[in-house]
Design a protein around this ligand. Structure first.
Ligand SMILES: *Cc1c(COP(=O)(O)O)cnc(C)c1O
Length: 480
């Protein structure tokens, strides 16, 4: 204790000792993952009730802090790192990614402008070019890192709005013509949130009908644009999704791009989850014509083993993004402004953390081939699950499985009523999740309660999929 008083920060001897302990803690955690229930068996408020309501007035020891980490926090954790976390889009952090986060915090640099940390800016530029080449995005695009796809997309749509040159930057939205954005009815609701934020409003979104595979119908898009133009509404942006959130459907980017080119409308491609599969030659078919997009979002924090948060936006005409957001404040002017990139000019935020370290560590540690192998293996395992379902008498698949997400439901021969099937599947997923052995999530497709099983975690092997499939079959037997 007296030692602490003499030091302004934690003494370095203690930092080393505790740091090593916490690296061991992390390794033990990863080693013991499979002993935890994926979803904690607790109620809302349980964690809070164990925490003191006031901050400690006096210094506490790290021993006490770690003790509470084990006793209060860990039992309240949903284990995203667990190999049987197969819900949402399973996102995992790899060893090198975790360690990069530690270094990023140790350096604690703020990359608002080039001078405030040249290596942050230049490493971000370099690894984003690596990743861009891995995905086959032409080098004419410029990449930038944001925290999440929601924020990447917000910046893309802000660029689309600026691209109109409708004077909105100066005068705001009140004098602007009515604007419309188009996306499929299955697009992620981050698009809606961007429209809320940017003043387009929910009325500013037109959801385009999709076909039986949940892909946007280009003719419907064409008609919607025509109708709007006839009514004096100005089209601002089309969002095409490769890998929708519900069923991982793929919108026909080639046809949509043709329409956007002809109509001179900004095309944003949302491939937050599925984008990483563009690394694989056999998956290229899903990414046909992405080079026609004006902006593309892909999330390494989803399926490339980079700890959350890490989203990339690639933009064909970065000057438009810069036009939308750059302001120059006297205290931020530097001698290098004409030759160096200042990231503050490309978005809302001034401060930015050193995220590029995470992707740099991860790509170097696994190598492009190592990453390709892992993603390819996930697609293979998901394909197996799809096959088991197709071959089973009591289950059916409810959507194509182009990536690593399987959409299905139980459908015993004896039941044909849709409401009864929905209730049965709701019961099935809740019983299966209540075992703690797995976490699955759900969606609705054509009114059918749909179970989603996702394979995209770095620790997922075929045996985990087998275990979950067995559990689903056994649980179903017990509830029908
Ligand atoms: C996950 C996802 C998003 C949102 O991602 P965040 O990084 O959590 O904002 C957006 N679009 C698609 C297609 C997604 O899969």
């Amino acid at each position: 204790m007296s030692d602490k008083k003499e030091n302004l920060d934690m003494p370095l001897g203690e930092f080393r000792e505790v740091g090593k302990k916490l690296v061991d803690w992390s390794a033990d955690y990863l080693d013991n993952l499979e002993t935890f229930d994926v979803l904690p068996k607790i109620k809302p408020g349980d964690v809070k009730s164990k925490l003191p309501q006031n901050a400690p007035q006096k210094s506490e020891s790290f021993e006490e802090i770690i003790n509470d980490l084990d006793k209060i926090i860990l039992p309240g954790i949903t284990h995203w790192q667990h190999p049987n976390f197969m819900a949402y889009f399973a996102s995992t952090a790899s060893g090198p990614g975790i360690l990069a986060d530690l270094i990023s915090s140790a350096l604690n640099v703020n990359g608002m402008i080039w001078r405030t940390s040249p290596a942050l800016t230049e490493l971000e530029q370099t690894v984003l070019v690596w990743y861009q080449k891995m995905l086959g995005i032409p080098n004419s695009f410029k990449g930038i890192v944001y925290d999440t796809a929601s924020v990447s997309t917000l910046h893309a749509i802000a660029s689309a709005r600026e691209y109109l040159q409708a004077g909105i930057r100066e005068k705001g939205m009140s004098g602007a013509p009515k604007l419309r954005l188009y996306c499929s009815e299955h697009a992620h609701n981050s698009i809606d949130k961007s429209c809320l934020t940017l003043g387009l409003g929910l009325d500013g979104i037109k959801k385009i009908l999709s076909d039986e595979n949940f892909s946007m119908i280009p003719e419907e898009l064409e008609n919607a644009i025509k109708d709007d133009r006839a009514n004096g509404i100005l089209p601002v942006c089309v969002v095409a999704t490769i890998g929708t959130t519900s069923s991982t459907a793929v919108d026909p980017v080639d046809k949509i791009a043709e329409i956007c080119e002809r109509e001179n409308i900004w095309l944003h491609v949302d491939m937050a989850y599925a984008g990483v599969t563009a690394m694989l030659p056999e998956m290229k078919t899903y990414f046909d014509r992405i080079e026609k997009a004006d902006s593309i979002v892909s999330n390494p924090h989803k399926w490339l083993f980079v700890p959350i948060d890490f989203s990339t936006l690639y933009i064909r005409n970065p000057e438009v993004l810069k036009r939308a957001f750059s302001l120059s404040a006297e205290y931020l002017k530097t001698a290098e402004d004409s030759v160096a990139e200042n990231y503050m000019d490309y978005g809302i935020q001034l401060g930015r953390r050193f995220r590029a370290l995470k992707l740099w560590f991860v790509i170097r540690y696994f190598g492009v081939e190592g990453l390709q192998e892992r993603v390819r293996e996930h697609i293979r395992i998901a394909g197996l699950v799809a096959k088991w379902i197709d071959e089973s008498e009591n289950f059916e698949r409810l959507a194509p499985t182009p990536f690593s997400t399987v959409c299905f439901r139980a459908k015993p021969k004896s039941i044909s009523d849709e409401n009864t099937l929905n209730e049965l599947n709701e019961k099935l997923i809740s019983e299966v999740n209540a075992t703690g052995k797995v976490l699955l999530s759900h969606t609705k497709l054509n009114g059918k309660f749909t179970i989603r099983l996702v394979i995209s975690g770095i620790r997922q092997e075929e045996r985990h999929a087998e275990e979950v499939w067995k559990l689903l079959k056994e649980t179903l037997k017990n509830i029908i």
